[in-house]
Write a protein that binds this ligand. Structure first.
Ligand code: MYR
Length: 185
């Protein structure tokens, strides 16, 4: 019998990461399933997932700012790029392309290159109308609110609903100017 080859540190680490990602995906699936059982109405589940995401987002922004060393963005375009290339990468391991800007630079789309939340997921017909990934829109809305940006974040394309991609629409509603904390005397 061939001796067992020792695994290198990198191989073990990659395996742990894969298992963690799968556990995360399956845990999220279990949460959605439980909400569907408890709340019955798909619309209520959508709302609840968004609210859960918002509650996560308002906390997660601190970790994001501390780990990423990202400084203040000059405009919403830079903010969208930071979410697409740094934020999604840090917490979901994927990136998105930023497209479909409106003329005043306050609305854009994030098209996800990949979506680990939906691995292993198939929605039954009874779940028509479910925005399975609604937690993600809530996370982004919550995180942006903590850096003074009121936004609306909605799904416009969703492969679980038969579309050809996952596309989130980001709309900046209001940017609350931060107050200068010291008085000039
Ligand atoms: C600033 O101008 O203060 C910096 C703004 C950066 C906002 C980045 C928000 C990151 C949100 C992470 C989303 C992760 C989704 C899984």
């Amino acid at each position: 019998m061939a001796p067992l080859a020792p695994r290198t540190g990198d191989a073990v680490f990659a395996n742990v990461e894969r298992v963690n990602a799968e556990l995360f995906t399956l845990t999220y699936g279990a949460i959605v399933r439980q909400l569907l059982t408890d709340l019955e109405e798909v619309e209520e589940v959508n709302k609840q997932l968004d609210q859960m995401g918002y509650n996560i987002g308002i906390r997660l922004i601190d970790e994001f700012l501390a780990k990423s060393n990202v400084s203040r963005c000059v405009d919403f375009k830079e903010t969208a790029d930071v979410i697409a290339k740094v934020g999604l990468k840090m917490f979901l391991g994927v990136t998105a392309s930023v497209t479909n800007w409106d003329v005043d630079g306050t609305s854009c789309s994030l098209v996800l290159e990949d979506n680990p939340l939906v691995d292993f997921v198939e929605l039954p017909d009874t779940c028509q109308g479910l925005y399975y990934c609604n937690i993600l829109s809530g996370v982004i809305r919550g995180a942006l609110e903590m850096v003074s940006m009121k936004t609306e974040v909605t799904w416009v394309r969703d492969m679980l609903r038969g579309d050809d991609a996952y596309e989130l629409r980001l709309k900046l509603l209001k940017q609350v100017p931060e107050e200068y904390p010291y008085k000039d005397d």
